[in-house]
Design a protein around this ligand. Structure first.
Ligand SMILES: C[S@@+](CC[C@H](N)C(=O)[O-])C[C@H]1O[C@@H](n2cnc3c(N)ncnc32)[C@H](O)[C@@H]1O
Length: 219
């Protein structure tokens, strides 16, 4: 099945509420635990979360790692508003900040120590822009963990994943999940994007039937 693009930015308030209200505890905590387990040099690190959405991953990371500083970037104003509220409520506003920007337009005064990103890449029309930003925003030797959905073989398989994984969720969330699966990349496509940007030293892995991850250090 060919990739079918979905809108890049999630800025419809109904969509934001459905996404922010969903239970991603297992996936998001698993992502944070994996990141902290992979790298042992995160002490005092400045970590960038590209496409941070409602801020759940930055908050979990701040809780798990007491000295790191996190900047979350998202192009959706309602997502950033939600994230700012959530981080204040969690009491981490001294170490977690958010910026409302397209990652393609971000420039930082100094490179960050690490980059994480979950479920952003399938939104991006040109994924090479994403990997280019990773290269330019990260210090040499900095670690990354990027996770996203895998595109199934056909629309029926996508619908089956939605029915299995999101039974009982609001219809808006189910529709967005379905369109996200159609917009996602295959493992081979991700490997080819990395190769085009000389990032082939990064590892691509498929941890389950619907996700790929990329991890390693960027030199
Ligand atoms: C599916 S959500 C994932 C949110 C979060 N990372 C998580 O795992 O819960 C994708 C997010 O990427 C944001 N996004 C899409 N394109 C973007 C871009 N070019 N720059 C910054 N954020 C973007 C969307 O607005 C949305 O909040």
């Amino acid at each position: 099945m060919e990739r079918v693009l979905e809108p890049e930015v999630m800025d419809d308030p109904e969509q934001v509420l459905a996404y922010a209200g969903a239970d991603f505890e297992q996936e998001n905590q698993g992502f944070v635990d994996q990141f902290c387990g992979l790298y042992d040099d995160l002490e005092g690190a400045h970590i960038l979360d590209l496409g941070c959405g409602p801020g759940d991953i930055p908050i979990r990371l701040a809780r798990r790692h007491p000295t790191c500083r996190i900047t979350g970037i998202d192009a959706s104003q309602p997502m950033i508003a939600y994230a700012e509220h959530a981080v204040k409520k969690a009491g981490f506003h001294d170490r977690v900040q958010f910026l409302c920007h397209r990652f393609q337009d971000v420039s930082l005064s100094s490179p960050v120590d690490a980059i994480i990103s979950n479920s952003l890449v399938h939104h991006v029309p040109n994924p090479l822009q994403f990997w280019y930003s990773v290269k330019t925003l990260l210090k040499s030797g900095g670690p990354v963990l990027v996770m996203d959905l895998l595109r199934p073989d056909n629309p029926e398989a996508a619908q089956a994943i939605v029915d299995e994984q999101a039974a009982g969720e609001p219809e808006r969330l189910r529709q967005d999940f379905y369109h996200s699966l159609l917009a996602a990349f295959t493992e081979d496509e991700v490997a080819s994007h990395l190769a085009k940007l000389n990032l082939s030293r990064l590892m691509v892995d498929v941890p389950d039937d619907r996700h790929w991850i990329v991890y390693g250090r960027v030199y």
